[in-house]
Every structure is written in C-alpha cells, then in structure tokens.
Ligand binder design. Structure first.
Ligand code: AMP
Ligand code: TRP
Length: 330
C-alpha cells in the first residue's frame, strides 16, 4: 500500500458525460485501480468557470460520481470525492496563482477556445483554471495523471509550476507525469471527425452520451459522417471511419488490423450498425447501475463523505508544507 504510485484524475460535472470521457478517461481508470493508489475527483470547482444552473450542477455532480461507481471504480481501493468538499484545492490554487505567469496561462489552447465563446465577459476563473488543476494534482504528491491528449498542455504547465516552486524553496511537490492510454486517447466528433467529441458541441448528433438510450445511440451512429471511399480502412484520410474503428478497438480491446480485416467485404452501413451495438452493449449495464445508484442518495453520500475525509487529510499535509515554506505563521 505505502509504496504504490499515486494517480489523480478528474472530470468536470459541466454536462452529461460523453463516450469520449468514458473511453478516454474512466475506462482506463478502472484498469489502473489495482496497481495504483488512485484519487478520482468530480471537479465541480472547475465546472463553474462557465455558468452553471445550480440544479443542473447538483444533478450532474451526483451523476458523474454514479458513473465512476457504475463503471467499476471500487471505493475500497480508491478515493472518490467531490472537489468542493476539500477546501485545500481552493486554498492551494490561490497560492499557486502567485507562482504562475500571465504569459504561460495565455498560451493555453483550452483557454483560447473557451474564452472565445464568452464575449466580453470572460471569467477570470477560466484563465486561472489550469492553476486549480495543478493544485488538484500537486496536493496529493501525484506520480501519474491519466487524461486524454487534450489535457497535455495543462499537465506541462503543472510540471513547470511544481518545478518552479521546488526550486524557489526546496522540494515540496512530486513532479507528475502524464499517462495517456493509447486507446481512446481521442474519440472524435461523429459529425466532424477532425474535432474531438465534446459535450459542449451544439449538434447532439456529434456526440454519444454515456446515458443515451440505445435507440438514440443507434440513430446517432446511423448519421455518423464517413466519406466517399467506400472501403473500411484505418487511415487519416478517412477520419470518420478511423474514429469508428478506434471505438471498436477501445471497447473490444482488439487491434485496428483485426477490425479492418473483419470488414474487408463489408460496407459502412454494416460498420455503423455494429459500432452502435458494441456501444449499446458496453453502456447499457452501466446506465442501469447509474439509475439504481441515483435512487440511493444515502449510499452516494456515504461514498463522497468517506472520500472527502481521506482527501482532506492527505491534501492538508501538502498545503501546510506550502504555507510554511512561503512564510505564513502557523
Ligand atoms: P472534460 O470533459 O473536459 O472534463 O474531460 C474529462 C476527461 O475526459 C479528460 O481526461 C479528457 O482528456 C477526457 N476526454 C474528454 N473528451 C474526450 C474525447 N473526445 N476523447 C478522449 N478523451 C476525452
Ligand atoms: N481539466 C480537466 C479536463 O477538462 C479536468 C481536471 C481538473 C483534471 N483537474 C484535474 C484532470 C486533475 C486530471 C487531473 O478534462
């Protein structure tokens, strides 16, 4: 137990989760829980960097937690918690804000993308978002951070902030490494397969939600954009088909070559139909479990309270170290 490496990851409860979140993040976490000391967080403080309806935020927060559990994350082996229940995250974020530079934060592509949608009123929290993420990670002396490729830049920044603080004072934080699984690293938008699948897309046909009913999944797949080549190949020239193959590989744990050979004499209609069934088969049992868990609020409360207790204890230790080194009276 003592010498297990530490993993930290989180997902924002800013909407319903997509197949991209599931294959890019949660499904990999389930595989890691045996080997590592894992902290899986519902990052609600991050979610309020864009406006949230209070009742939706409450609903989505519990739904994300229920999805973690329903996907197979074991509460005996891992620490599952809600970010706002552990105040060290907000406190450490302020401290680290003072060790982060406006220049480096301005270069974050997620900030550039998201701030464009905010008109003239860009919340300052959207700008300092990566510093809160760095705090999440550094408070737990994390070794590895399993995320999708889109989060690489934020991780690089986290490493820079950690090294800067360590060099200014003395070693305080472990400098974390990214952990990007090969499969599912980037699931693409079904309508525009050059963009990543995201819950913030305006067209619901672009994404599959983890909680989409089977008939909706089938309909969305039947409308997935492919190309006019007509042959199932795994190549960047056919991004729509490539994405469908990736989804199969990720769920079934088979290679792209295997999938391509299975479709040697078949067309796109067969491929789309099969992908829909594979997704339904994977998600349906999870959906049933999520519904059951959401009807058992007492159990969810037990889980997040227990998680917060452990997370509070661990994160406070690092926070105290930071405060002491900075020169606060303790
Ligand atoms: P977010 O929804 O931005 O909070 O992302 C939560 C996690 O899901 C992060 O680890 C992301 O890298 C991952 N993720 C989100 N969208 C995708 C996608 N389309 N493909 C793969 N991973 C994704
Ligand atoms: N920024 C991440 C995302 O949008 C979510 C996140 C917040 C996170 N804190 C984290 C991921 C800490 C890994 C570790 O996907």
């Amino acid at each position: 137990m003592e010498n297990k490496k530490v993993i930290f990851s989180g997902i924002q409860p800013s909407g319903s989760l997509t197949l991209g979140n599931y294959l890019g993040a949660i499904k990999n976490w389930v595989k890691l829980q045996e080997e590592y000391d894992c902290y899986f967080c519902v990052v609600d403080l991050h979610a309020i960097t864009v406006r949230q309806e209070p009742k939706d935020l409450r609903k989505n927060t519990l739904e994300v937690l229920a999805i973690y559990l329903a996907s197979g994350i074991d509460t005996d082996k891992n620490t599952l918690f809600i970010q706002s229940h552990v105040s060290a995250h907000s406190e450490a974020a302020w401290l680290l804000d003072c060790f982060s530079y406006v220049g480096e934060l301005s270069r974050m592509t997620q900030y550039k993308d998201k701030s464009q949608k905010q008109g003239d009123s860009i919340p300052a929290g959207l700008f300092t978002y990566p510093v809160l993420m760095a705090s999440d990670i550094l408070l737990y002396q994390t070794d590895l951070v399993p995320v999708g490729k889109d989060q690489m830049q934020h991780l690089e920044l986290t490493r820079n902030i950690a090294e800067r603080f360590n060099n200014l004072y003395s070693p305080t934080f472990k400098v974390p490494e990214p952990y990007i699984a090969k499969e599912g690293a980037k699931i693409m938008d079904l309508q525009d397969p050059t963009k990543k699948m995201s819950k913030s897309s305006e067209n619901p046909n672009s994404y599959i939600l983890i909680m989409d009913p089977p008939e909706v999944i089938r309909k969305k797949l039947s409308r997935a954009v492919t190309d006019s080549v007509g042959i199932v190949n795994y190549t960047d020239d056919q991004p729509g088909v490539k994405n469908l193959i990736d989804i199969i590989c990720c769920i079934k744990g088979i290679s792209t070559e295997e999938v391509v050979s299975q479709y040697a004499n078949k067309g796109y209609a067969d491929l789309k139909k099969d992908v829909a069934e594979i997704i339904v088969e994977e998600l349906f049992p999870i959906q049933e479990k999520v519904k059951e868990l959401l009807n058992n609020k007492a159990y969810l409360e037990e889980v997040y309270k227990k998680g917060a207790e452990k997370a509070n204890y661990i994160s406070r230790k690092t926070l105290r170290k930071m405060q002491k080194k900075i020169g606060f009276i303790q």
